[in-house]
Ligand binder design. Structure first.
Ligand SMILES: NC(=O)c1ccc[n+]([C@@H]2O[C@H](COP(=O)([O-])OP(=O)(O)OC[C@H]3O[C@@H](n4cnc5c(N)ncnc54)[C@H](OP(=O)(O)O)[C@@H]3O)[C@@H](O)[C@H]2O)c1
Length: 248
């Protein structure tokens, strides 16, 4: 039997990139999955088709997780369709480069904090409300930049610092309710979001990565699959670095 048979997982921001890799992997491991997207309906529907054709169970749900009422609707849709919710992966995140302190604007701060931090907190709150008496698992997708901030992306780096504090804080609060909270911090990973990166920057990052390449969504998904499985059952409050040893 696959390790996640009988479980239902919501992965925010999973129409593409790392989130898409995570839903594919969790579905392969037996979970029923909710593919959440904000704009990319075509990609989300294609992913649901791929999973269902392979024998899995998947549902696409539109919700912009920077809007509290849309988070509520996402969880209601998942509960109505699958009858339960056991796993939340807070993956949706946006990254913007201001270039340095002069480039930071109030809007740049609000955009990133409203998805990466506010959305993650409110999705966590919704998951806790919907988990059953057996508890559940929440995985927060962080980034290596929380440990070594990028000067061109100070605000993004600080959102991920906040994510790591929330991973520890919610783990402390929710452990007695059988809810684990685990952080997974990717290094540079090949996705649509990073496809525009200049070659010079890419080469620099690879040169700082002992394993000598950029990560793939499947590399990150494997760590998430472990974190939510029984084998990861004694881990909570920790953020695991999954970046081939990269120091940004
Ligand atoms: N790629 C990397 O190198 C890297 C490294 C470290 C950490 N991370 C983290 O990994 C996560 C995923 O990154 P990625 O590179 O896979 O991103 P990506 O390729 O840009 O994809 C982002 C995904 O999030 C969704 N999304 C964006 N805003 C949303 C919102 N407000 N509500 C719901 N969904 C939303 C997008 O869906 P729509 O198109 O429908 O909006 C898309 O499915 C992020 O938290 C990021 O910070 C990435």
């Amino acid at each position: 039997m696959a390790t996640l048979t009988g479980k239902v997982a919501i992965v925010t921001g999973s129409s593409k990139g790392i989130g898409a890799g995570i839903v594919e992997r969790l579905a392969t491991d037996g979970a029923s999955v909710v593919v959440n997207y904000s704009r990319s309906q075509k990609e989300a529907d294609a992913l649901v088709d791929k999973i269902t054709h392979a024998g899995g169970k998947a549902l696409a749900v539109q919700a912009d997780i920077s809007h509290p009422e849309q988070i509520t609707a996402l969880f209601s849709a998942a509960k109505e369709h699958f009858g339960q919710i056991d796993i939340l992966v807070n993956n949706a995140g946006i990254y913007e480069f201001a270039g340095g302190i002069e480039g930071i604007t109030p809007e740049h701060i609000d955009r990133q904090f409203s998805v990466n931090v506010k959305g993650l907190i409110l999705a966590t709150q919704a998951a806790v409300k919907h988990f059953g008496p057996e508890g559940g698992v929440i995985v927060n997708i962080s980034s290596g930049v929380a440990l070594t901030p990028m000067v061109a992306a100070q605000v993004y780096s600080s959102t991920k610092g906040a994510v790591d504090v929330l991973t520890r804080g919610f783990a402390l609060e929710l452990g007695s309710r059988k809810i684990r909270v685990v952080g997974i911090a990717p290094g540079l990973t090949s996705t649509e979001g990073t496809s525009g990166m200049e070659k010079e920057m890419l080469d620099y990052i690879i040169s700082r990565t002992p394993l000598g390449r950029v990560g793939e969504p499947s590399d990150i998904a494997a760590a998430v699959a472990f974190a939510v499985s029984q084998d990861g059952g004694w881990i909570t409050g920790e953020t695991i670095q999954v970046g081939g040893g990269l120091l940004f």
